[in-house]
Design a protein around this ligand. Structure first.
Ligand code: MN
Length: 286
């Protein structure tokens, strides 16, 4: 199932190229005062699946172009990010490491997880707003998973049972010195979309092609089979540190091909079996 949020919090299922409004199938939905409805939906998806499917078969349909897609995540308690999860990305970072990063390369270039502020999330079709900084600001187009079942100290063998689904995340990043969390948490630095595809429709998440074009020119093109730490091990590791709650995001690290974005650029991100989103880039709004 392709689950979407649209038009300011309504819940949809994408069928063919249409959006079916299934908001009425979600218990106790009340716009504005019940923003946890999305987190409950993530937790209770299996119980609600049948009523969502019924609503998707009969609900009002709109052409996708006539709705405004929101990010298919709402109020996650955290965004957990993988660092250093593709060897070719590590190789391309080498020439642009700062002296301080090179001095601490043993940990800086090792796989680990860090946090990105949920307040940086924007929807597919929104603009990335670049802050007024002298540093280069890069795109990192990543496969991201959304947690469906609370995960604490799970084994890798059971880890994928805790995944509700997958979508696309662009981990916008200021290069240079400074803490990763700060460099990746500016407002608008986390486009997510276009919708969430439930795990049953994805099959093996380690066999997906990721592509990112900027102004029609290919920048990133990789298959998720080349991740260093696969998703099941990443969930197991992250859940040994912190409880993963329904609705939380775990993004799986940047493939190679990162590069600078500038005002006026158009980004086109695509992941196999998920779909695509396009984003603009604008300068500081002050
Ligand atoms: Mn990243």
């Amino acid at each position: 199932m392709k689950l979407a949020l649209f038009d300011g919090g309504r819940i949809g299922v994408v069928k063919d190229s249409e959006m079916v409004d299934v908001t009425s199938a979600v218990p106790d939905f009340s716009s504005g005062y019940a923003q946890n409805h999305w987190l409950r939906l993530c937790a209770d998806f299996e119980e609600l699946r049948e009523s969502l499917e019924q609503a998707a078969a009969t609900g009002p349909r709109l052409p996708i172009e006539q709705v405004t897609l929101d990010a298919p995540v709402l109020n996650p308690s955290k965004i957990v990010c993988a660092a250093a999860n593709y060897d070719e990305h590590l190789a391309e970072m080498d020439p642009i490491l700062t002296d301080a990063q090179r001095a601490s390369a043993a940990w800086f270039l090792a796989f680990d997880v860090f946090l990105k502020a949920p307040s940086s999330i924007i929807g597919p079709g929104d603009d990335i707003e670049l802050p007024d900084l002298p540093n280069a600001i890069h795109h990192e187009c990543e496969l991201v998973l959304v947690i469906g079942k609370t995960a604490r100290n799970v084994d890798a063998a059971d880890a994928l049972d805790h995944v509700l689904g997958y979508t696309i995340l662009i981990d916008v990043t200021v290069r240079g010195d400074g803490d990763r969390t700060r460099r990746k948490s500016y407002d608008t630095f986390c486009p997510v979309g276009p919708w969430l595809v439930t795990a049953d429709e994805i099959g093996d998440p380690q066999q997906l092609d990721i592509t990112l074009n900027v102004n029609g020119v290919s920048r990133q093109s990789v298959n998720t089979s080349t991740m260093k730490v696969p998703i099941d091990q990443m969930i197991a590791y992250a859940s040994s540190v912190m409880t993963l709650h329904p609705g939380d995001l775990l993004t799986t690290g940047s493939p190679p091909g990162v590069g600078a974005i500038n005002p006026g650029d158009r980004l086109h991100a695509h992941i196999e079996k998920i779909g695509a989103m396009q984003l603009g880039v604008v300068g500081p709004k002050g």
